[in-house]
Design a protein around this ligand. Structure first.
Ligand SMILES: Nc1nc2c(ncn2[C@@H]2O[C@H](COP(=O)(O)OP(=O)(O)O)[C@@H](O)[C@H]2O)c(=O)[nH]1
Ligand SMILES: [Mg+2]
Length: 470
C-alpha cells in the first residue's frame, strides 16, 4: 500500500535533535494541523485574527486535563506556502526529552500520526514543490560537514541539476517527436529525411550528449568536495613524512626522530584546505629491509596508498637517490602523485628534474621543493595542494552543476549510453523506430533523476535516508 497516495492524514514529529537545548520544534503537516493547534494552544487567537506565517506566543495545555505543558511560540503556515505545500504547524517549545515527548504525545492524541523518516520532504516532492534531485539535496545539506560541500548542496537544492536535466529531457522529447513524425509519414521524404537526420544528430550531440557526459564526469570531483580528500604520505624512512603531517595539521601528532623506521603504524589526522576536509595518512616508510613489525607497517602503507585519492611522495635530496627510493616509486605505480622534495635547507644532491627523468614522471604531476622546518614553505605547500587537487572542481562547476550521489550518476550513465547508441544509429543512416527507442530510454533515465518516473521502492530508498522530522 502506498502510505502517501492520499494525504488526508496529518503527520507529526520532533524536528530538532532530541536532547537538552534552548529550543525544540514539533512539526505537524496535513489538513488537520490548524485544528490540532487550536486544541492545544492557549490563549488562542480567534480565526479572524490568526494569520499564516506569524509567530504566536502562548502555552500548550493538555485539553483533557487543562494542565500547562510548556510556554511556546507557535506558527501556522497555510497551504501551499509551506515546506510540504500542506497546512504546517510548528511549535517551538523548550528542548528536553520530557517536554518534547509530552508535546508529541499530546499532538498524537489530537489526531496526528507519527511521521516516517523523510515524510515531510516526501510530501514536498509528491506535492510538486521540489523534484527528487532537490529532495536528495536536503539530505546533503543536513550531512554536509564543510563549507564547500554545503555550497554544492545549496546549489543543488536551488535546482541546479534540475534545470539542466529538464532542458535535456525536453530536447530529447522534441527530437523523438520529429523522428516519429517520419515513421508515420514515411516513403517519399527520403531527401529531407537525411538532412533532418543530420540536423537532429548535431543538435543532440552538442546540446545534450556533450554537456551530459561532462556533468557525469564531474561526479568524482564533486565527491571530493562532499566527502573530502584523502592524501597519503609515502617515501622511504627518514625523509620527513611525520614532520610534514605534524606541520600540516598544526600539532605534534606523529613521533619524529632521527632514527629511520620510527613510524610503524598508519597515523591519521585531518586539516581544512579551502573549505574541504583533507584526511592525511602518515605511514611507515617503505624500504626493502626492515624488521617484522616494520614489515607489517609497510603492508598497511600499501593499503593506505591504494585507498587514497592521491599520494604525496616525499624525497630527501640531502641524501642520494637509492634503491629504497626506487622501491617506493615502484609501489606507487598507477597512483596520482604529488612530489615533495624535503630538507631544502640542506645542500641538495639532486633536483626535481632529476627525479622526473629517473622515474619518467610527467609534467602533469605537481612538485614542490621545501623544508618542513620552515613555516612559509608549509603555506606554499597548502596553496599548491589546493591548486593540484581542489581548484578544478571549484573552477567551472558553478555554472554546470555537480551531481551529488551515486543514484543520479547511474541514471546519467544510462542516459549517456542510450543517447550515444541513438546517435550512432542516426550517424549510420538509421532513422526510425530504433533511434526513437534509444532516445526514449535516455529520456526515461533522466526522468528518474527528477523523479518524474518513480516507484515506491525508489522513493523508499531516497527518503529512508532522512531522519524523522525532516
Ligand atoms: N634539516 C632538516 N631536517 C628535517 C626536515 N624535515 C624533517 N627533518 C628531520 O628528519 C628526521 C626524520 O623525520 P621524520 O618526520 O621522522 O621522517 P619520516 O621517517 O619520513 O616520518 C627528523 O630528525 C626530522 O627532524 C627538514 O626539512 N630539514
Ligand atoms: Mg615517520
Amino acid at each position: 500500500m502506498d502510505l502517501f497516495s492520499s494525504h488526508d492524514d496529518t503527520i507529526c514529529a520532533v524536528a530538532t535533535p532530541i536532547g537538552e537545548g534552548g529550543i525544540g520544534i514539533v512539526r505537524i503537516s496535513g489538513p488537520g494541523s490548524l485544528e490540532i493547534l487550536r486544541k492545544v494552544l492557549r490563549p488562542l487567537p480567534s480565526p479572524e485574527v490568526l494569520q499564516s506565517h506569524r509567530l504566536y506566543h502562548g502555552w500548550i495545555m493538555d485539553p483533557a486535563t487543562g494542565e500547562r505543558v510548556d510556554e511556546v511560540l507557535a506558527c501556522w503556515m497555510g497551504a501551499p506556502r509551506s515546506y510540504t505545500r500542506e497546512d504546517v504547524v510548528e511549535i517551538n517549545s523548550h528542548s528536553g526529552f520530557g517536554v518534547l515527548d509530552r508535546l508529541l504525545r499530546l499532538v498524537l492524541s489530537c489526531g496526528a500520526r507519527l511521521a516516517e523518516p523523510g515524510e515531510f520532504t516526501r510530501r514536498a516532492f509528491m506535492n510538486g514543490r521540489i523534484d527528487l534531485s532537490q529532495a536528495e539535496a536536503v539530505i546533503e545539506v543536513i550531512r554536509s560537514r564543510s563549507e564547500e560541500s554545503l555550497r554544492l548542496a545549496g546549489r543543488q537544492l536551488g535546482g541546479g541539476v534540475r534545470s539542466l536535466v529538464e532542458s535535456w529531457r525536453e530536447k530529447l522529447l522534441f527530437c523523438q517527436a520529429r523522428i516519429e513524425a517520419y515513421i508515420d509519414f514515411s516513403e517519399d521524404l527520403e531527401d529531407s529525411e537525411s538532412s533532418e537526420s543530420r540536423e537532429i544528430l548535431e543538435d543532440l550531440q552538442t546540446e545534450v550528449l556533450r554537456p551530459m557526459a561532462e556533468l557525469r564526469n564531474r561526479y568524482d570531483e564533486g565527491r571530493v568536495l562532499r566527502e573530502g580528500l584523502t592524501l597519503v604520505l609515502a617515501g622511504k624512512p627518514n625523509v620527513g613524512k611525520s614532520s610534514l603531517l605534524n606541520a600540516l595539521v598544526g600539532r605534534e601528532r606523529a613521533i619524529v626522530t632521527p632514527h629511520p623506521g620510527t613510524t610503524r603504524d598508519v597515523i591519521e589526522d585531518s586539516f581544512l584546505l579551502g573549505g574541504v576536509t583533507v584526511r592525511l595518512l602518515d605511514t611507515a616508510g617503505l624500504r626493502p629491509r626492515g624488521d617484522a613489525i616494520e614489515a607489517l607497517g609497510m603492508a598497511k602503507t600499501r593499503e593506505s596508498v591504494a585507498e587514497a585519492d592521491a599520494v604525496l611522495w616525499m624525497l630527501d635530496p640531502s641524501r642520494p637517490l637509492d634503491e629504497a627510493d626506487d622501491a617506493v616509486h615502484e609501489s606507487l605505480a598507477g597512483r596520482r602523485l604529488f612530489l615533495v622534495l624535503n630538507k631544502a635547507d640542506l645542500p641538495g644532491r639532486y633536483t626535481v628534474e632529476d627525479v622526473r627523468r629517473r622515474y619518467a614522471v610527467g609534467c602533469s604531476v605537481s612538485s614542490l621543493s621545501l623544508s618542513v622546518l620552515r613555516h612559509p614553505d608549509i603555506d606554499l605547500l597548502r596553496a599548491c595542494l589546493k591548486t593540484a587537487f581542489l581548484d578544478r572542481p571549484l573552477g567551472d562547476s558553478a555554472s554546470g552543476g555537480v551531481i551529488p550521489n551515486l543514484r543520479q550518476k547511474e541514471c546519467l550513465d544510462r542516459a549517456v549510453e542510450h543517447l550515444a547508441k541513438a546517435l550512432a544509429l542516426l550517424d549510420a543512416g538509421g532513422f526510425g523506430e530504433l533511434v526513437s527507442f534509444e532516445l526514449g530510454h535516455a529520456r526515461q533515465a533522466l526522468e528518474l533523476i527528477l523523479g518524474i518516473e518513480h516507484d515506491d521502492a525508489l522513493l523508499d530508498r531516497v527518503f529512508g535516508e532522512f531522519c524523522v522530522g525532516k
